[in-house]
Design a protein around this ligand. Sequence first.
Ligand SMILES: [Zn+2]
Ligand SMILES: [Zn+2]
Length: 343
Amino acid sequence: MLAYTYVEQGRFELREKPRPQLLDARDAIVRVTLGSICTSDLHIKHGSVPRAVPGITVGHEMVGVVEEVGSAVTAVCPGDRVTVNVETFCGECFFCRHGFVNNCTDPDGGWALGCRIDGGQAEYVRVPYADQGLNRIPSGVSDEQALFVGDVLATGFWATRISDITPDDTVLVIGAGPTGICTLLCAMLKQPRRIIVCEQSAERIRFVREHYPDVLVTTPEECKAFVLSHSEHGGADVVLEVAGTDDSFRLAWQCARPNAVVTIVALYDRPQVLPLPQMYGKNLTFKTGGVDGCDCAEILRLIAGGQIDTTPLITHRFPLARIDEAYRLFEQKADGVMKIAIF
Ligand SMILES: [Zn+2]
Ligand SMILES: [Zn+2]
């Protein structure tokens, strides 16, 4: 089968590989019907994910059809359409039982697919702990509708879940890339008084204005003054930082009102500074949220019910055979690209 492979730093290649086999009674083999490219894939390519293993098939955002299951798998069976969770988790350890599947203590736990073990930018993928890692897609929900459930949408869902958003709140979302938009969609479910999105790129600002006309939009330069003039208590009640730069980190706490919740969704290239003397009396609550993909079944229900729709994010479609081109486009952020579906 064809598999997009991490050869060495700076080089991915589409290679012919044997089809994956069941290695454990809890495994499933999934035929990938649709995949996507994530910024984390680029981090692997550029060598900033040291635990990524050269030779592995990359890709951790995918949906497909179950081909084969191990003898201990009970939640799915061959023929089921499924989403695949970016995280591998056992379902049994302390953290899994408390819903913190991101912190699963299993040696294979965490982000393994497309990083430490073969992922899904391929025709088939082996999914360990299939009872945990796969969710059945409700009938009536298309592959494109379900494509982001296991990764970026799970990230946005988790971030808003831990942010305690109330109907009175002014919510600031910093960054309107794919994860920012997913976070925005999940924040909208909480129906806060208003949502402000801060974004630099004119293209992405246009995207937000076109698809979410009720959302207020500002730029990093104007963000502080804008938030101040659109909030009752000297800043946003909840800030979700999804941009991941030094400036966006600073904006996140500067734009928060006293006693606000600041949730950090972004992944930074380097440590950030918390100037505690300056923010002493602000009494902020910081929350950090690596994706915790424990709500995929609920997210799929919300998609089936028409409450979440991430399909506008799919701006481009490429066959697996042309994935090199897709990566080039995604990496250069060319042609207004948000997300690319690989079929
Ligand atoms: Zn990802
Ligand atoms: Zn676990």
